[in-house]
Design a protein around this ligand. Structure first.
Ligand code: F6P
Length: 364
């Protein structure tokens, strides 16, 4: 029989994504109505634990938030307790502040935390387990790149937003007989590019898992012209790179636990195609619009089952596991297994095969 708990914490870490509030709502409502637990909201991801910024959450606090984008608790993708940037005598350095976080949580009576986040958040949580704080993770990210789960919530909404953008780009591309390149997010994985590219009928999809060759892209555009197709739509993941080349880095924040920010590959590809083949190209970078707005119905329901399942796991005495969806079944994997890993698109992924079969090029 699992030891009965009285108080849990809930937090959202890393970049925001649609559906975070739906998880917070499911966790807190299940905890309050079905198990009579106290729920403490941790503000701004791990920063709330570092700075002791914690507040009790009531049923009313989590009502009316199902459809709201972002997170009512706030988030941070810079506050990893294992590697937190502090200023000592005017010099910035990393410090492990995990013990301080555990103390703040325990002082607030928190026995375990539902942490909603991606691989960075899971690695922050894993570092605190050895100091005596327990977690249940819920996988979030628009990138869909969390190891151990077939799907993360937030991904479906991001794909919908990106697909709508590709649909709109089509009309301008056709009217002006242009090559239009749409850059989507995804970090080191091509999930958003692949799904939005196929859904939006892109002619070429470029992703980090399949480094492209510029001459293959130019040849494909020329072939299309020969068949009377006067325009070409390219969907490029921000992590796309040419064969033998590097990803395009937008900026490096050396005091962030994950210092690299990708961005700019669409402009690079546009310039390279123009230089190599004299074809008029335009680049559109979708950026953070993919993380914003209301969650799709799919993400609202996925977030609700993830949140409910996470709470049920806690009550059943499970600790330091991450809720995952595997072959359409909810289950859990060890937190330590998920931390710091990336799930990329497999080369033999069914959608890649289907896209190739309907004539989509991957620039390879
Ligand atoms: O992980 C989500 C994500 O939006 C990535 O797709 C993107 O590379 C990154 O976060 C952007 O981070 P930031 O919001 O710090 O610019």
């Amino acid at each position: 029989m699992a030891k009965k708990i009285k108080t849990i914490g809930v937090m959202t870490g890393g970049g925001d994504c649609p559906g975070l509030n739906a998880v917070i709502r499911a966790v807190a409502k299940t905890a309050i109505t079905e198990h009579n637990l106290n729920v403490v909201g941790i503000h701004d991801g791990f920063l709330g634990l570092i700075e002791n910024n914690l507040t009790p959450l009531s049923y009313d606090d989590v009502s009316g938030i199902l459809t709201r984008g972002g997170t009512i608790l706030g988030s941070s993708n810079k506050a990893n307790p294992n590697k937190f940037a502090v200023e000592v005598n005017g010099v910035k350095k990393f410090k492990n502040v995990s013990r301080q976080c555990v103390k703040h949580a325990k002082d607030a009576g928190i026995e375990a935390i539902v942490c909603i986040g991606g691989d960075g958040t899971m690695s922050g949580a894993a570092g605190m387990v050895k100091h005596g704080l327990d977690f249940i993770g819920v996988p979030k990210t628009i990138d869909n790149d969390l190891w151990g789960t077939d799907v993360t919530f937030g991904f479906d909404t991001a794909v919908t937003t990106a697909t709508e953008a590709v649909d709109k780009i089509h009309t301008t591309a056709a009217s002006h007989s242009r090559v239009m390149i749409v850059e989507v997010m995804g970090r080191y994985a091509g999930w958003i590019a692949l799904h939005a590219g196929v859904a939006g009928g892109a002619d070429i999809i470029l992703m980090p898992e399949m480094p492209y060759q510029l001459d293959k892209i130019c040849k494909y555009i020329e072939q299309r012209k020969a068949y009377g197709r006067n325009y070409t739509i390219i969907v490029a993941a921000e992590g796309a790179k040419c064969k033998g080349g590097q990803m395009v880095v937008h900026k490096v924040d050396k005091f962030s636990p994950d210092p690299i920010r990708l961005g700019g590959v669409a402009n690079k590809i546009a310039a390279d195609i123009e230089a190599a083949a004299g074809i008029d190209c335009r680049a559109t970078v979708l950026g953070h619009v993919q993380r914003g707005g209301m969650p799709s119905p799919h993400d609202r329901t996925l977030a609700t089952v993830f949140g409910h399942f996470a709470l049920e796991q806690l009550v059943a005495g499970k600790r330091n596991r991450v809720v995952v969806m595997k072959n359409n079944e909810l289950t859990t994997v060890a937190l330590s297994q998920v931390a710091n890993k990336v799930r990329t698109v497999p080369k033999n992924y069914r959608l890649v095969k289907a896209a190739k079969a309907v004539g989509t090029s991957f620039g390879i």
